[in-house]
Structures are given as structure tokens and as C-alpha cells.
Design a protein around this ligand. Structure first.
Ligand code: DQA
Length: 137
């Protein structure tokens, strides 16, 4: 299976950023662990802080990959463009969040990704990504 994890703004700081909420493991360390745990899957990773780059990547992989695991981070709550891209592509998208966004500020309760996601996994820390990968295997 050909899968890609697409991470949005500030997720390049994982491990350093608010470790009480997002944990202290860096994403590269975590990715190494899951790549060796699921050898039957090719798990790519793309991160950008730029909305348009996330849309470009969704379009690029969205007609050929088997699954997309998308944590659009703050753009989840603001980006009609990312929401439209998720709707436009053919590859199923599982929306992921590290934290339980419904237990946090009101502005994090809104998602432009959810209506067109295949499913949503949130609140399990980095394990949210692993559960999303399992859903595609
Ligand atoms: C997040 C939740 C978002 O509200 C926040 O803006 C993030 C990370 C999460 O994974 O918990 O940057 O998507």
C-alpha cells in the first residue's frame, strides 16, 4: 500500500512544541518506528507550513496513492481550499489530530476537512497516525 502522511503548519516542531499537548517525540523518530513496524506499506511524509503547498501535495498524490493521512493542523479550522482539495481528489483521506480538538478551544471544533474525510481519528497522541495507517492496511 502506498500511503502518505501530510502534516500542516507547526507540526515540524513536534517534540519541541507544547510537549504537554503534543508529546516529546520528534516526527522523524516516530516515522522511523512506524515504517519498520509496517513493512508492507510505503509510508511517505510531507510537511509544510504553507497552505498552497499542502493543496499542491494533495492534488499530486490524490489520484494515485492508496491512502492519505492528513493532519492539516490549524488549517483544519480555517481552510476552505484544503477542504475543497480533499473533496476533489480520489484517494481516501483520513483526518488525524494528535490532541482531542473537541476538548480544546471552540475554534478547534470546526473542521473543513471532516465532511469529506473517510474517517477521523483524534486525541490519541502520535498513535492517532498509527491507527490511521492501520485503517488502510
Ligand atoms: C492539531 C490540532 C489543531 O487544532 C492545532 O492547530 C494543531 C495540531 C493536532 O494534531 O492536535 O496544530 O491538528
Amino acid at each position: 500500500k502506498k500511503l502518505i502522511i501530510i502534516n500542516g503548519p507547526n507540526l515540524n516542531l513536534l517534540g519541541k512544541r507544547e510537549p504537554n499537548i503534543y508529546g516529546s517525540l520528534s516526527f522523524t523518530e516516530f516515522l522511523d518506528q512506524i515504517q519498520s513496524k509496517y513493512p508492507s506499506a510505503t509510508i511517505q511524509h510531507f510537511q509544510s507550513n504553507i497552505e498552497g503547498e499542502l493543496i499542491d501535495k494533495l492534488q499530486e498524490v490524490g489520484f494515485s496513492y492508496d491512502g492519505i493521512i492528513l493532519n492539516a493542523a490549524a488549517y483544519t479550522h480555517t481552510s476552505i481550499g484544503i477542504g475543497d482539495a480533499v473533496k476533489a481528489i480520489e484517494t481516501p483521506v483520513v483526518e488525524v489530530h494528535i490532541s482531542n480538538t473537541f476538548g480544546r478551544e471552540e475554534f478547534r471544533h470546526q473542521s473543513y476537512v471532516s465532511p469529506n474525510a473517510k474517517g477521523i481519528i483524534l486525541g490519541f497522541g502520535l498513535q492517532s497516525y498509527e491507527l490511521a495507517i492501520q485503517s488502510f492496511l
